[in-house]
Design a protein around this ligand. Sequence first.
Ligand code: NAP
Length: 327
Amino acid sequence: MTENPHKAKYSNPFTATLSGIVNMFKKQQPVGVLKDDDRIDGKICLVTGANSGLGFAITQQLVERGGKVIMACRSGIPEAGDRIKALTNSENIEMIRVDISDLNSIKALVSELKTRSIKFDIAIFNAAIVPKGSRKTKEGLDQMFMVNYLAKFILIREFISAGLFNTKLIPRIIYVSSESHRSGDDIDFEKFGLYEEYTMSKVIALYGYYKLHLNTLASELSRRINVDGMKYSVHSLCPGAVNTNIARESPKIVMPLLKLIFGLFFQNPMKAAIPVTYLACSKEIEGQSDYYLHMMARKKPDERSLDRTTGEKLWRHSERLLERITA
Ligand SMILES: NC(=O)c1ccc[n+]([C@@H]2O[C@H](COP(=O)([O-])OP(=O)(O)OC[C@H]3O[C@@H](n4cnc5c(N)ncnc54)[C@H](OP(=O)(O)O)[C@@H]3O)[C@@H](O)[C@H]2O)c1
């Protein structure tokens, strides 16, 4: 078997940071241009993890383009929303509390949105973590697995079955992933959802592994919901290296260095949010699905994420796991 050439790039925090920096200097052919008239006036949007980093910048850009954004966050309520209101001079922002590592909190979110008959035109699943090691959720799952993958499966399944999308038009569903998905090992369905202890040395490899789950989910979802014609646009992307709070759990001793590197070489969140805003707002891609962007370049995601059999298997295993943890 040939070794995955991307594995070494994301095997530890040092090589992952270096890869992020190298990628920033590579010449890219942009997929298109985000135009001033790519407006979303009156459209209802959801952004998870909107209180910080990329999610905050995405929210700001969607509001500036006329969208009404529900910021689904576990912290920063109401400060983050108030900051966006001040920055955009708009009241088109609402914050709802949700902890996507907690099944009950996800259910409460869905129930509230359903009661209020919210219909989303755009949903951006952005929240993720890079923990310092394994942590168990209430349901006995690994927290990074739950936040970075399974919650996104649960949310989309619940949103669709609860009728939370405005299907008069073609809603756009966007997953914030990472180029590190290419480095992930093949999905091990024998161990799917099993909790295993790990420390910092395994975190970056697992982060890529769960991002591979996410890209596979995006492809499978697009196939499933568009089986009788184009009904939803499902896209995913890697924003490139962004100067955010993502490395907040890194050891204290390396924090000053990380902050320096992030500040010097990584993009600011407003720049990094442009490809997300493009996928959410651009008229050029209206009615299309399955875009994967790496910053502004359209790329083919890892071949394994496009495999139908793996996609179906991932969906089935996720459903079974969900049944098990809700039983
Ligand atoms: N930064 C990069 O270089 C980079 C590169 C490639 C991809 N990405 C992706 O970009 C996305 C945004 O990350 P970021 O860089 O902006 O990092 P960030 O500043 O740490 O933002 C992550 C967001 O996710 C939220 N979140 C985490 N756990 C949550 C939970 N259990 N429930 C609800 N919200 C939760 C955080 O909320 P709290 O503030 O309450 O913790 C925060 O708002 C992620 O999907 C990440 O994988 C980032």
